[in-house]
Structure formats: structure tokens, C-alpha cells
Design a protein around this ligand. Structure first.
Ligand code: ADP
Ligand code: SF4
Length: 688
């Protein structure tokens, strides 16, 4: 299909110093949990984005020196020449598809405790490291600053040798040495590197100048700067010192990549920020420089992108998460099929990989991180192995993805859903406060299935075992999901909580189905620790109930520390007037109160309530699966060759894992049996 001429603007080349980007799509640096630990997986993941049309594809933070060791997190390293083969792999892959390869050189200063290298952390002033590690940063003297500049220059030269076209000087977020020098609250120096903004920007300026001098003949030297830290006068703001840095250095680098800080502000989830949310903070930048400006804002709509450029907000469309959810986003716009874009839902499951030190996973894109390991391409799948038909039972994320990917393989697919609506849990959860964009998990799959004539959908079709046997499909996939427990059993309780048998106890399924308590106050018991307890509390508060959230953890929704949401969630719950009773477990639900036990042995207390919503654990809805597999003879008689349960029906987990399970089923159907380790590993090479 021809490209919509309205989007032509997005495909204009952009000159960045000595290099030219083929279009305006720029994959900004982003973590991925692979880094130096999984170089092949990392290189293939970046290459896939270049293949998908991104004009610039960058690494994550690449540490320039042993004094900048961010362990245990796994990022890129360019400490010496031993790190180059891994980085060369990426450059080769990116260049193969005509894109520019960028590297984000970083010295993390006080933001690393150097747990692996055991070097002394450096910073502008004596201060504790940013983490809770009981280690202090040493204030750099002039010789240290000279050394650091030398290391940066050396790293830039190595990066050029590795083949990079775009080389960063990094002052983004709250986690780099140049940024720490810029920050008045962290820079107590009285020499030429402290005091006035000119002085605090000196190191940043020197690094840009010296990098240009070292590699600027062939490489673009670009900067990343957080122009607003969203903390008022305590930090940089776009009205004050963020702007002043631009006034001082505006023409120095070849491109400005600007964002807001810290990471939890920069990568806000859709629960807290919508597409283009950084514009109010970064829009001023273009007025202060003639150099190209790139910025992010979870852009997935080509109309929004065009508007950013036409209105003079940005020159290039920066993206991390949208490029993870759909590495082929630019290609899809270019080929006139923007409706095929697999839009990021803003859940930050990807980000959790960084905190949990595992390769990134994505809710929308089950192939993310599997490009090299399993050889999964986001757009291509192997053709069907036979003419067999497949019956998929249940149209939640697992069933929808299985049906879509099986359909893409060419199988005759029948998707039966008990209810009138498709989407399963995504359908219900997207109606909870702030989660509307999660419906994209359903919508993208339905949009793709509509284009597949070999996938048939049967709504309002709750299938029983006998009907499945009669149906006559060769393979049956059971994706019937899960249901929240009512008895309080979960992590904290291995037996039912006394009083939870009462009719005043509700589950998230009840609340999502519109079954609300007759009267409050309501206690939400969060023993799940992800988003559900918090959003249910929010929903009940919006419905006018007096609400308290009880959890044995130190905060509500404790696991969301991994999705950068823990702070905004606490703020939102507190602002809504929800009482947070943390470090408490419910011991019993009695007449008009819950009895609480402090997890650290403090005094037992009570809290008044007339209803409880229990958010502890889910049980698979697997009765149908169990019934089918229990009668092998009947399956044989019906000509059913395989029955498999997937997603929450197999073991309740995240939406990301349900999508992955559906995708994996489709990839592996009638494929050769996978070996014991069903993926390639990057084993240490130097073990002798
Ligand atoms: P998952 O996350 O694993 O995809 P969901 O709970 O989101 O699971 O989706 C399960 C879907 O299966 C729901 O839409 C539910 O209505 C449907 N379902 C459950 N039992 C049956 C059945 N017997 N026949 C058809 N559909 C079913
Ligand atoms: Fe977007 Fe979620 Fe995928 Fe991250 S995991 S890219 S936030 S859909």
C-alpha cells in the first residue's frame, strides 16, 4: 500500500553533524537487561529495529570506566578493547539495514556503588551513593576530573573504532556525572566546577568539546540532557537551569536528545501519563538551538508524530518503549499500514527486566528478547506444518495471540469465546482507573485476526468437553484463564482467613463485574503486590467508599517498584484519601472490622470495615482442560491429536506471560521437539 502523504514528513532525512539519518525515527538509548551479559541477543534485538526502519538505533548506557560500575544491573560496557567485539556485533547488525548506530557513553558518578569493580565511586562532592549501599562517593579533585575526561575521550575513540556513527555525552536522568555536576543540590564545590551554572556546566562542556575533537570528524557527537527534573527549584527546570544549559551550550553538540528526569518521570506508565506527555517541558529546546532535537513521549500515533514536527517541538521522533512493542513501527507507516502498529500499552513490564536483571520482556511483543535466543522475528513466522485445524478455547490475551499467530502460520483456526466480548481479563482490567490503554493488547490482535480469512471467531460460545470433542479439530488449545480466590489464601496465608466466607467479601472479579459492596468502609487486602490492589482501591474510592488498603508489604503495590510506578501509586492513593495500612496482615474479618497483625510483631490492632476486597491469588479455570485430558480414549476417537492449556489457565501470571504463552504455542505447534534448554545461551567463553 502507498504511504499516506501526510506522513511523508516523517521520512525526510536529517543531518546530524557528519552523518545523515535516513528518516526521523530515532531509537533513543534504552536499557534491556542484556547489555554486556548477552551480547548476541542484544545485537540482534538492535538489528531488528534497524530492519524495522528506525534511522538511528542506540545502545543503552555504556559505562566508560571501571569506576562507573552499575552492577548488579547489566548494561553495556566499553572499559577497554575487550568490550569491542560485543559492540561491533551490534554496529554490524544495525548497519546491515542502513541505520546509524549510536552509543550512550556514560560515567555514572555517584549513581554506582562499584560493587563488582570495588573502585571508589567519584562525584562532584563527598556524599552517599544514590542507592542504599553503605558506601560514599569521593569528591573529585582536579586530577580526577582530568582523568575522567581522558577516560571519556578514550571511550569515544574506542566507540568510533567499533563502528558507531553517533556518540553520546550523557547528562540524562539523575544518574550521570555531568548531571550531578549540574545539580546545585549535589555540587558543593567552590572551584571552577561549582557555584554558577557556567561552572557547574563546565564538565559537560569539556566532555562535548573533547569528544568532538576526538571523533567529530566521522561521528556525530550528541547529548542527552534531562531539561526538567520535575522537582521545582531544587532541581533543573525548563524555566531555569535546564534552559540556561541550553543557552550556554545550544550550538555545541550535533543533536540534542532531551527528556525529563528521573527515570520514573521519563518512562511514566499509561496509568499516569499519555502520549506526548513530555512536550510541556521540552518544547522550549528547539527555540534555543539550530541543531536537531529529539525527544520521547511514548509516541505510537503517526499523526501525533507529524504534529510534533510541524509545530516545531521536535525534529526527530524518539522512542524506547514504542520501538520495543513494535520494532517495525517506522516500516508500517512507510508502507501505508499504520493500523498494523503494535502499540505500546505503557505497562513497563519491559522496564521490570532491568530491575530484575533479566532480558527485557514486553506485554505486546512476545518476540522481544527472543530475536537471537529463539530466532523469533517480530513480523515473520514459519508456515504451517500440516493442514490440521486448531480450536482455541478462550479469547483472552493467551487465546487471542495463539489464534493470531497460528493464523499467520496459515492454520485453519477456530477461536471460541464464552462471552460476547473478546479480550478476557484485558477487557475487564482496561476499564479500571488508568488502565484504558491496556485494551491495545486486545485491539491489535483483533485487528490482525480480521485480516486473516483462515481464523474464525465464535462469540458467546461457552464450550463443554463434549462439544470440543465433536468439533473435530486436530489440536485443541485451552486458554480459559483464571479467577481470583475468595478465601484469602495467597502468599501470606496458606489457610482460609477466618471471616472470608462471609458474603461481604469480594474479589477483583466481582468489582470488575460491577458487583460492589452494599456499604463501606471497605478494606482492600493486597497480598498480590502488583497493580490490582491499588487500582481496585482507587476504583472503590471513586465510587464514593471510604477505603483502606492493607498489605503486609512496606508499600501498596510493592512489585511496581520494578515498573517505576511505586511512587506515583502511593501519591495517587494518598491524594485520593485512601488509608494505607502497611506491614499488616489481616488475621480475621469480624462483624464490623478486620483484625490486623503487624508483620514485625508489633501490637495487634483492628480497622473498621463492613466489606473486604481480597486480592491475594488466582486459581486456573482448568476444569475443562482436566476433563478433556482425563479421557484419552475419547480424544483419540474424536481425532484430537493434542490438547494443551496455556496462559492463566495453565498457571496465572502477567498479561505479558499469557501473550508469550499464546505465541509460543503457535510457534511450537507441529515443530520439532525442543531440546532441554529451548533457547540459545551465551556461555562464558574464557572458562578453561
Ligand atoms: P489469559 O490471560 O490466559 O488469556 P483470560 O482470563 O484473560 O486468560 O481469558 C480467558 C477467556 O476464556 C475469557 O474471555 C473467558 O470468557 C473464556 N472462557 C472461559 N471458559 C470458556 C469456555 N469453556 N469456552 C469458551 N471460552 C471460555
Ligand atoms: Fe510498552 Fe509494556 Fe511493551 Fe514496555 S512492556 S514496550 S511498556 S507494552
Amino acid at each position: 500500500m502507498a504511504r499516506d502523504p501526510r506522513y511523508d514528513l516523517l521520512f525526510e532525512p536529517v543531518r546530524i553533524g557528519p552523518v545523515t539519518a535516513r528518516n526521523r525515527f530515532y531509537q533513543v538509548p534504552h536499557c534491556n537487561g542484556m547489555g554486556h551479559g548477552h551480547p548476541h541477543a542484544h545485537a540482534k534485538m538492535r538489528e531488528t529495529k534497524a530492519e524495522g526502519g528506525w534511522a538511528v538505533v542506540c545502545t543503552e548506557e555504556a559505562s566508560i570506566h571501571v569506576s562507573s560500575d552499575i552492577s548488579p544491573y547489566v548494561e553495556a560496557r566499553i572499559w577497554d578493547d575487550h568490550d569491542l567485539p560485543a559492540l561491533e556485533l551490534m554496529c554490524e547488525g544495525v548497519h546491515r539495514h542502513g541505520a546509524l548506530a549510536g552509543i550512550e557513553l556514560v560515567h555514572k558518578g555517584p549513581s554506582c556503588a562499584n560493587l563488582y569493580t570495588r573502585e571508589t565511586p567519584w562525584g562532584p562532592s563527598h556524599q552517599p551513593v544514590n542507592s542504599y549501599d553503605p558506601i560514599q562517593v569521593r569528591a573529585m579533585d582536579r586530577a580526577d576530573i582530568r582523568n575522567m575526561r581522558h577516560w571519556h575521550r578514550e571511550a569515544a575513540l574506542r566507540a568510533k573504532r567499533a563502528g558507531f556513527d553517533v556518540i553520546y555525552v550523557y547528562a540524562g536522568h539523575d544518574i550521570s556525572l555531568p548531571m550531578h555536576f549540574l545539580q546545585r543540590r549535589r555540587n558543593e564545590r567552590t572551584d571552577e566546577y561549582g557555584g554558577s551554572i557556567e561552572n557547574r556546566a563546565r564538565l559537560f562542556r569539556e566532555l562535548i568539546e573533547e569528544t568532538k575533537d576526538a571523533v567529530g570528524d566521522r561521528c556525530a557527537v550528541v547529548v542527552r540532557l534531562a531539561v526538567d527534573e520535575l522537582m521545582g527549584p531544587e532541581g533543573l527546570t525548563s524555566e531555569t537551569e535546564g534552559r540556561e544549559v541550553l543557552e550556554l551550550l545550544g550550538e555545541l553538540p550535533d543533536l540534542w536528545d532531551v527528556n525529563i528526569s528521573s527515570w520514573y518521570n521519563d518512562s511514566q506508565t499509561s496509568r499516569f501519563a499519555k502520549e506526548g506527555f513530555q512536550e510541556p517541558y521540552t518544547a522550549f529546546v528547539k527555540k534555543l538551538t539550530t541543531k536537531p532535537v529529539v525527544g520521547v513521549g511514548r509516541f505510537t500515533s503517526p499523526d501525533t508524530m507529524v504534529s510534533q514536527i510541524k509545530r516545531g517541538v521536535l525534529d526527530m521522533i524518539g522512542a524506547a518503549r514504542p520501538s520495543i512493542a513494535d520494532p517495525f513501527l517506522p516500516k508500517k507507516i512507510e508502507e501505508g499500514r499504520p493500523e498494523d502498529i503494535r502499540e505500546c500499552i505503557g505497562c513497563n513490564i519491559c522496564v521490570s527486566g532491568d530491575f530484575l536483571i533479566t532480558p527485557y520482556r514486553c506485554t505486546q511483543n512476545p518476540t522481544q528478547g527472543e530475536e537471537w535466543r529463539k530466532g523469533w522475528h517480530p513480523e515473520i513466522i514459519q508456515a504451517k506444518a500440516s493442514v490440521a485445524s486448531v480450536l482455541v478455547v478462550g479469547a483472552g490475551p493467551a487465546g487471542l495471540e495463539a489464534a493470531r499467530a497460528l493464523g499467520q502460520r496459515g492454520y485453519a483456526v477456530h477461536l471460541a469465546e464464552a462471552t460476547e466480548e473478546l479480550g478476557g481479563r484485558v477487557n475487564r482490567e482496561a476499564k479500571l482507573p488508568g488502565l484504558a490503554e491496556w485494551a491495545r493488547v486486545r485491539d491489535w490482535r483483533l485487528g490482525q485476526i480480521e485480516k486473516l480469512p483462515n481464523v474464525e471467531i465464535y462469540r458467546a460460545s461457552r464450550l463443554a468437553a463434549a462439544e470440543i470433542r465433536e468439533f473435530g479439530a486436530a489440536h485443541v488449545v485451552i486458554a480459559t484463564g483464571s479467577a481470583w480466590r475468595r478465601d484469602g489464601v495467597g502468599r501470606a496465608h496458606s489457610r482460609a482467613i477466618p471471616g472470608f466466607e462471609r458474603p461481604e467479601v469480594f474479589t477483583p472479579d466481582d468489582i470488575m463485574a460491577g458487583k460492589l459492596p452494599a456499604r463501606g468502609p471497605v478494606v482492600v487486602y493486597d497480598d498480590d503486590h502488583y497493580y490490582m490492589g491499588g487500582v481496585i482501591a482507587e476504583k472503590l474510592r471513586q465510587a464514593g467508599f471510604e477505603v483502606a488498603l492493607v498489605t503486609g508489604a512496606d508499600t501498596a503495590s510493592a512489585w511496581t517498584a520494578n515498573t517505576l510506578e511505586i511512587k506515583p501509586i502511593q501519591k495517587r492513593l494518598i491524594a485520593a484519601g485512601i488509608t494505607l495500612l502497611v506491614k499488616q496482615e489481616i488475621a480475621a474479618f469480624r462483624r464490623d472490622h478486620v483484625a490486623l497483625a503487624c508483620v514485625y510483631g508489633g501490637p495487634a490492632t483492628t480497622h473498621p470495615c463492613n466489606a473486604v476486597v481480597t486480592v491475594t491469588a488466582r486459581l486456573p479455570e482448568d476444569a475443562l482442560y482436566r476433563e478433556l485430558v482425563a479421557d484419552k480414549a475419547a480424544l483419540d476417537e474424536a481425532g484430537i491429536r493434542s490438547v494443551q492449556a496455556i496462559g492463566d489457565c495453565w498457571a496465572p501470571a502477567t498479561i505479558a506471560l499469557a501473550v508469550y504463552a499464546g505465541h509460543r504455542y503457535a510457534r511450537e505447534l507441529e515443530a520439532p521437539v525442543a531440546p532441554a534448554v529451548p533457547f540459545r545461551r551465551e556461555l562464558p567463553r574464557e572458562v578453561v
